[in-house]
Every structure is written in structure tokens, then in C-alpha cells.
Write a protein that binds this ligand. Structure first.
Ligand code: G3H
Ligand code: 13P
Ligand code: ZN
Length: 342
């Protein structure tokens, strides 16, 4: 479902913010801004009310697939509605509307022209020079409108919408200075061992705890530190950062699902990352697991239920609780809205 807005709408008109102030505060304060992916109304309700309640700035992110799914015109009005709702719930909380994994200049321009305040151009699968050139072109257009741009160096394993790779390639610290300087990006996504989706690692890549639980290989904090040294104070982004919440994997599998060997990034490592130069943490899969787990359980326990509000409502409430928990206990973004925007 795709349609093009007729005239240009700026994010300022929608009441959104770019990522500048939030990233500056995150770098200084040793926390990270949550970037939650969304496609539908219930997810939006959970993100907005969860961040309002925990007083957290946030990034609402949309992949190109999600934008098609939700419809770009509706999306713009949903963002405007979310701003209005936040004004009523907690006026200190502001958010950026961000394109996740944009793959072309045209897509980035289209998002900027329909009210996005931030875009990612993911040229990570291109050779270095081509990545620089594509990213630079997006920055040139975006900065005319004060829209923030995220670039990526290094490749994550897993599915990234239009971009997918079987194997990860860690970010090479030697490339980051040149990339940042030549492109003018506002933040940089890196690859240090995270990956997209619910099955981030094969069992062969993991070890097993004495209880038989899969333990993933640790993130490459040595690479992160090397990057930090080369571009001090520059905002770093961590994709593929879901912890693949075990209680929801269990709930899914106990109610007819089949998620085998689903394992994510351990929470203590996410906390360490949030305290470092990582100032944006992307979370999609954990939200999907929560929603799917709750719906599967309700379908299994109440097979006669057919009112969508009776299963989407509880799924939304559980998602909201997950968001509050991430903001408070993993990323440290809770309670920060006032100092940034108040
Ligand atoms: O990185 C990818 C995000 O999880 C978005 O996924 O392209 O299926 O919407 P999607
Ligand atoms: P997860 O699949 O780990 O939630 O990562 C999402 C992401 O990086 C979106 O860009
Ligand atoms: Zn991603």
C-alpha cells in the first residue's frame, strides 16, 4: 500500500525533532536512545505511552517495508497524532521519525519530503568508495532541511529489509574517520557482532551453560573502543540489539510456535554498550516476540475469541511494559526527556 504525498511536508510542521539534541545528551550522559520499529497502531500506542510514562526521548523507526505496509500518508498523520498525544501525556517527551535501512537516495528524499526527521542510508553492502558517495549525496539533501543522517560501515548478518547478508563483516576501525569526514553523517551504525532477527547466532557459534542454555559469543567491545578512540564523542548506532527475550520465546513455543535456537544479545552487554559511545540502540525483534507470544497464548487459551481488541489489546500492553523496561533497565533513557527538551 504505497502512495505519494503531493506536496512537501517538513518534520518541523509535524512537531517532530531530529536526533541532534538527543544524541548529544546520550553521548554526554552515558545512555542510549531507544529506536523502536513500528508498523501498526498498537505498536505506536505502546511506544508512545511507554516512553511518555518512562519520560524517555525515543526514535520511531520505519523500514521501507513498514512504510509500504502502513502507507506513507497515514504514517505522516500517525506521527502528527503521536506528537499531539505526547503533548497531553508528557510534553517533555519528543521523538524523531526515522527511516531504517534506506537503500537509495530516492527513498531517503521521499521520506524527508514526507516529514521524516532522520534517515538511515545503508550503503554497507557497497564497496567503501561507493558507500561514501551514496551517503554523501543523502547528507547533502537531508542537511538542507536539518534532517539527521545515519550511515553504516561493516555488515551485520541476517535480514535487513532490502539488504541481507549471510555473514557479518566487522566494522574496520581504520575506515571510520575517513567515512565520517567525507560523508558528513550525524551518526554511524557499526558491526561488532550483533545481528538482525530472532536467530542471531547458530548453535555452533555459541557455547552452552551448565543448564544447557545457548550462550552467544561476546560483542567485540575491543572494536568499539578502537572506533571511539578514532572519532571521540561521535554518536554510534547498534543495530540487531534485541535480547530475544527468553520468556516470550518460551511463550511462543509453548503455544504452537516453532522458534528454534532463538538467542539474542545479553542484557549486560547492551547496558555496557549504552554506557559507551553507542547512543542509539535498535529494537524490533523483541517487540515482535512479545506481540506474537501474547497473541498465540490468547488464541490457545480462548479459541472462541474473535474480537481483535481482545488479543491486540493485551499484546499492546505487554509491549508497553517491555518498552518501559528497556528504557529504565537496559538503555538508561528513562527520566531524561526533561533535561533534553524540557
Ligand atoms: O532491520 C530490520 C528491521 O527489523 C525491519 O524489518 O524490514 O521486516 O520491517 P522489516
Ligand atoms: P533486532 O532484529 O535485533 O530487533 O534489530 C532491529 C534493527 O536493527 C532494526 O534496524
Ligand atoms: Zn537494523
Amino acid at each position: 500500500m504505497e502512495s505519494q504525498a503531493k506536496s512537501r511536508v517538513s518534520y518541523q510542521e509535524l512537531g517532530l525533532v531530529n536526533t541532534k539534541k538527543m544524541f548529544a545528551a546520550a553521548v554526554k550522559g552515558g545512555f542510549a536512545i531507544p529506536a523502536y520499529n513500528f508498523n501498526n497502531l498498537e505498536q505506536l500506542q505502546a511506544i508512545v505511552t511507554g516512553c511518555a510514562e518512562s519520560d524517555s526521548p525515543f526514535i520511531l523507526q520505519v523500514s521501507s517495508g513498514a512504510r509500504k505496509y502502513a502507507n506513507d500518508i497515514l504514517l505522516r498523520h500517525l506521527a502528527r497524532g503521536a506528537v499531539e498525544l505526547l503533548g497531553a501525556l508528557n510534553p517533555n517527551v519528543k521523538f524523531a521519525l526515522h527511516l531504517d535501512h534506506g537503500d537509495t537516495l530516492e527513498l531517503c528524499k521521499s521520506c524527508i519530503d514526507s516529514g521524516f526527521s532522520s534517515v538511515m542510508i545503508d550503503g554497507s553492502h557497497h564497496p567503501f568508495e561507493k558507500n561514501i558517495e551514496l551517503t554523501r549525496q543523502v547528507v547533502e539533501y537531508a542537511h538542507k532541511y536539518d534532517v539527521s543522517v545515519e550511515g553504516e560501515l561493516g555488515v551485520l548478518a541476517g535480514i535487513e529489509d532490502e539488504v541481507s547478508s549471510e555473514h557479518s563483516h566487522y566494522t574496520q576501525p581504520g575506515e571510520v574517520e575517513e567515512f565520517v569526514k567525507k560523508t558528513g553523517v550525524d551518526s554511524l551504525a557499526i558491526s561488532i557482532g550483533t545481528s538482525h532477527g530472532a536467530t542471531k547466532f547458530t548453535p555452533e557459534q555459541c557455547t552452552r551453560s551448565p543448564e544447557g542454555v545457548l550462550v552467544p559469543p561476546p560483542l567485540r567491545f575491543d572494536i568499539l573502543r578502537e572506533i571511539e578512540k578514532r572519532i571521540p564523542g561521535f554518536p554510534i548506532v547498534l543495530h540487531g540489539a534485541s535480547s530475544v527475550l527468553p520468556q516470550y520465546v518460551e511463550m511462543i513455543n509453548a503455544n504452537g510456535g516453532k522458534l528454534k535456537d532463538a538467542v539474542g544479545i545479553p542484557v549486560p552487554q547492551l547496558r555496557d554498550a549504552a554506557r559507551s559511545a553507542v547512543c542509539k540502540v535498535n529494537i524490533d525483534s523483541d517487540g515482535r516476540l512479545v506481540v506474537t507470544g501474547v497473541i498465540r497464548k490468547i488464541f490457545a487459551e480462548k479459541p472462541a475469541e474473535f474480537d481483535p481488541r481482545k488479543y491486540l489489546g493485551p499484546a499492546r500492553d505487554a509491549l508497553k511494559a517491555m518498552i518501559i523496561d528497556k528504557n529504565r533497565n537496559v538503555l538508561g533513557s528513562a527520566g531524561r526527556a526533561k533535561e533534553i527538551f524540557g
